[in-house]
Design a protein. Structure first.
Length: 155
């Protein structure tokens, strides 16, 4: 690609992200189960379940930093759950697109925490997809999963 083409491509990306900086986005991800006895053979499997985590992300200059909130269906609303993972997911997506680190993310989940049904993975995936939606970027399921794997490795 010529130097002129590279400059034009960067300018196009900036125009899209500037236009959507104060955006809202939504994402969702399902929980999953794994076949544990497959560990001995170094082969395993996972299967999706019909329990979901939904995320809403809102970005804009009226926020100071990145804040998160978690709501679990059937859990005590006063229980303080750690929001570090979903906040970090939003942060790394915004860093990837060179956007201000200002926003709010909230997850609502049907997946019980600590049950082995991948509640953290679903929350991370939903937060990534919601943030991408808020800035007007698209990702398929594999892109979102791969991005979340990289994010979790940076925690």
């Amino acid at each position: 690609m010529s130097e002129k083409g590279k400059v034009k491509e960067k300018a196009d990306i900036r125009m899209v992200t500037k236009r959507r900086r104060g955006g809202k986005g939504h994402g969702k991800a399902s929980g999953a189960g794994t076949v544990i006895n497959a560990i001995a053979t170094y082969k395993g499997s996972a299967f999706g379940i019909d329990l979901w985590t939904h995320a809403e992300a809102e970005l804009g200059n009226d926020f100071r930093g990145i804040k998160g909130e978690i709501e679990i269906k059937g859990e005590d609303a006063k229980a303080k759950l750690n929001t570090k993972l979903i906040e970090r997911c939003v942060e790394l997506v915004l860093r990837k697109f060179d956007l201000p680190l200002r926003g709010y993310v909230k997850t609502k989940s049907e997946i019980p925490v600590g049950s082995g049904l991948k509640s953290s993975s679903a929350a991370a995936n939903a937060a990534v997809v919601a943030t991408l939606d808020a800035i007007g970027e698209e990702a398929n399921a594999l892109d979102a999963k791969n991005g979340t794997v990289r994010i979790r490795c940076h925690l």
